[in-house]
Design a protein around this ligand. Structure first.
Ligand code: UTP
Length: 291
């Protein structure tokens, strides 16, 4: 049985340039789908997968994220006065004291660099990485699906989704050794390849289970595509040293770092809410008829 996954890293140090001007003063991860910020969805997903320690790699202008996960005595007192004491029923997440840690990425040098910044907090144990701008709507949360596979195969495990070939340049793409339709044995990976050079169309979406050996690779601080320190490049150097698997997870994934993905997520999540579904769906019908 591989070592259990108790820690999750949330890299939230990016600039979110694709979502300007919304992200000028508000962190991308605090953008709200229906009534909950993206980062809270990611933390809830991690908690549902058995994560006990939540490590955020933040950066300039990201303090709203820290505030969001604090207890707010004033707000809670006000709600209590109104008889609202069930905070979870209000969608408020309360993580146990000491379960949340923050470190800062002084410069946004890339996802690999953000993960490397968490090395002291993670220590020598396997860990999960969740990118909050990828939202996965699934009956069994995406990270929990990865953990189930990890418990069987160990090593590194990624969530994979097939993308249209013309979009490979946006993602990390894996080279497939074996594919049973759901579980993929990975023999290579490359960050943002051109469509004609992409080894497949199976892209790594923002959920990973990683081994601490990746920190030694990230330590080299080699710049990859776009001049950024890429996580995919360091992981590629560990191929052969441990098993690498990808899972075509069950669920619907939304790239909330893009405007269209974010809009689709908002609609899909709203349609899951009984108090919104009927009126929203009637409105959407009217809207499409009016076009
Ligand atoms: P993205 O590739 O979406 O970059 O990062 P970004 O800067 O957030 O957004 P765009 O492309 O400019 O619009 C994927 C994830 O990695 C984090 C981001 O916060 C996001 O969760 N990240 C990226 C960091 O934490 N640090 C970085 O240096 C880069």
């Amino acid at each position: 049985m591989p070592r259990p996954i108790k820690k999750a890293v949330f890299p939230v140090g990016g600039m979110g340039t694709r979502f300007l001007p919304a992200t000028k003063a508000t962190p991308k991860e605090m953008l709200t789908v229906v009534d909950k910020p993206l980062i809270q969805y990611a933390v809830e997903e991690a908690r549902a997968a058995g994560i006990e320690e939540f490590i955020f790699v933040t950066g300039r202008g990201k303090t709203a994220i820290e505030d969001h996960f604090d207890h707010s005595a004033e707000l809670e007192a006000l709600l209590a006065e109104r008889g609202q004491t069930d905070l979870e029923a209000l969608g408020m997440l309360r993580l146990p004291p000491g379960a949340v840690a923050y470190t800062r990425q002084q410069e946004p040098l890339g996802l690999g660099h953000a993960v490397w910044c968490a090395r002291h907090l993670v220590g020598d144990e396997p860990f999960a990485v969740l990118l909050a701008d990828e939202l996965v709507l699934a009956e069994t949360p995406c990270l929990a699906q990865l953990v189930t596979l990890y418990e069987r195969v160990g090593g590194c495990v990624f969530a994979l989704a097939d993308v249209p070939r013309e979009q490979t340049q946006r993602y990390g793409i894996v080279d497939i050794a074996r594919d049973d339709g759901q579980i993929i044995e990975i023999k290579g990976m490359v960050e943002k390849p051109r469509p004609e050079q992409a080894p497949s169309t199976a892209s790594i979406i923002g959920r990973y289970i990683l081994q601490p050996a990746v920190f030694a690779e990230l330590d080299r601080k080699e710049r990859g595509i776009g001049g950024e320190i890429q996580l995919t490049d360091s992981l590629a150097r560990l191929l052969g040293a441990m098993p690498f698997h990808g899972l075509r997870f069950t669920g619907q994934r939304f790239d909330c770092g893009s405007k269209l993905g974010f809009l689709k997520a908002t609609l899909a999540y709203a349609m899951k809410r009984p108090e919104l579904r009927d009126e929203l769906s009637a409105y959407l019908n009217d809207l499409t008829r009016a076009l």
